[in-house]
Design a protein around this ligand. Structure first.
Ligand code: PNS
Length: 228
């Protein structure tokens, strides 16, 4: 009587969280009474012991998710942020846009407003998720199993602060890599701070932020600014 049953051997290989990796599924047939036509030599005369025979070793691999965190105050989100998100999402399976609580910065928009604006803009983009975090960025990255932190680098003036932050984060957790992405040249002079200043002074910010954000700024600052 021929008896055959199969097992799947699933091996996981991953270097560090969020870095990506492979799940390998190897298919072996363990034949208690191996078919003599296939493995005549391996078959015991009595046919009473198990021969493990890789009858079919088909290896199928599934990639792990590569996840990156794009942290910031996003007070409010600008077209420059959206440009960085677009670039990052092409490099990673998932980009988590993470709003820092950062109360010491005295943001114009409340945390809820900043999250709502992000959800209505960046949150609509494929493989982008909106989240909030409190405390250390590296702790949040660990919790999210993200292997990278994305930061936009606009000009040399950004460099000193970003360099310090990247190295400090590396010191805190060497597994979290910082990746700098450069936005389009037309956004290199753009920042949330400058957009708020223009809006406060009644200037038109429609070229720098999504319509929704321009409206939110107008309401917040009670200015009659153009939102097209
Ligand atoms: O948009 P911002 O304000 O430049 O973002 C700064 C942010 C939120 C990324 C930074 O302040 C931060 O990472 N805060 C979390 C606290 C932390 O981890 N500090 C140590 C990093 S050196």
């Amino acid at each position: 009587m021929e008896r055959a049953f199969s097992i799947f051997v699933i091996s996981l290989s991953r270097r560090s969280p969020g870095e990506g990796g492979r799940i390998r599924v190897s298919f072996f047939v363990i034949s208690a009474f191996a078919c003599p036509a296939v493995v005549p030599r391996l078959r015991d005369e009595s046919g009473c012991f198990v021969i493990c025979f890789p009858f079919c070793a088909s290896c199928v691999t599934f990639p792990f998710m590569r996840r990156a965190i794009y942290p910031g105050s996003f007070d409010p989100i600008t077209n420059g942020h959206l440009d960085v998100i677009e670039r990052a999402r092409k490099l990673f399976d998932e980009v988590v846009v993470a709003v820092a609580h950062n109360d010491e910065k005295q943001p114009l928009f409340s945390l809820k407003d900043r999250l709502d604006l992000l959800r209505e803009t960046a949150g609509k983009i494929d493989n982008v998720r909106i989240a909030e975090f409190e405390g250390l960025l590296v702790e949040f990255a660990r919790k999210e199993e993200a292997g990278a932190v994305i930061r936009g680098l606009r000009a040399v003036s950004d460099f000193e602060f970003e360099f310090q932050m990247a190295l400090m984060n590396r010191k805190l957790d060497a597994a979290v890599e910082t990746i700098f992405l450069m936005p389009k040249e037309e956004y290199t002079y753009l920042s949330s701070r400058i957009v708020k200043e223009i809006a406060r002074l009644g200037g038109d910010v429609s070229a720098f932020v999504p319509v929704l954000v321009a409206r939110a700024l107008a309401i917040k600052l009670k200015k009659n600014i153009s939102t097209k």
